[in-house]
Design a protein around this ligand. Sequence first.
Ligand code: HEC
Length: 249
Amino acid sequence: MKTMKQILGVLLGAGLMVGATAAMAAGDTKIHLDSPNINMTDRNSLQRGAKTFVNYCLSCHSASYMRYEHMSRDLGIDPDVVKKNMLFAGDKIGDLMKASMSAKDAAKFFGAPPPDLSTITRVKSVDYVYSFLKSFYPDPTTPTGWNNTVFEKTAMPHVLFPLQGEQKVSAKAETEGDKPHLVYEHLGGGSQSPEEFEGTVRDLVNFLVYLGEPAKLYRYKIGFWVMVFLGFLLVITWFLKKEYWRDVH
Ligand code: HEC
């Protein structure tokens, strides 16, 4: 009986540990995270996200499971546009989306390696990545001059600064659940309004979700035709039923 209890105790403990690790990996934070409300069937949004990703992220981060060619096909981006505007010098359209800076060099420069972004929305959660990208603020005490309310003292600089500009935490609004929902005051300096910037980050996160699971796009397409087929079958079955019952009445 005692051993049974011990075994149960160990199992329960292990379960709790796995649960806790999963919660941390999912990007557990002290503050409330926003949800981007993305739509993977919105091709224009995915295309805009891809552009932002290539222009602002690919210098440090790779997406090493994705080839430019594959992306171009999936998102309907003209291969010539990809070749002209999205490839680094020397890269070919059949190449994987590799960062221009090696992870080792980047780790040396920034003090932490920029993670591969292929599966980041699954590793950290969609809401985490969305909130993280919106939450940089100036901080003269850090090496980069930036800090982040979602990931304190992150080694990543605020690379979207030219778009968002600067902001500061203005007040702690009511808590949502048990976590404070921070409110920011926009200080200007970027080319986009706060609303436009939210749209830019939403598109970018949409693209990152696609990177994490490109097959999802096909499943949506297949799902549509499966529904059409089932609808068709329903009509035929209904006529068949009518035909059978005609002789009974
Ligand atoms: C100048 C180099 C650089 C650029 C450009 C850059 N990052 Fe980063 N990024 C980093 C570094 C360094 C880290 C590691 C931060 C750490 O561990 O403190 C990081 C970490 C991250 C993380 C993980 C955060 C976490 O909680 O572990 C995400 C998500 C991310 N970057 C997204 C992006 C996106 C999206 C872009 C493009 C808009 C981008 N990064 C552009 C350097 C960069």
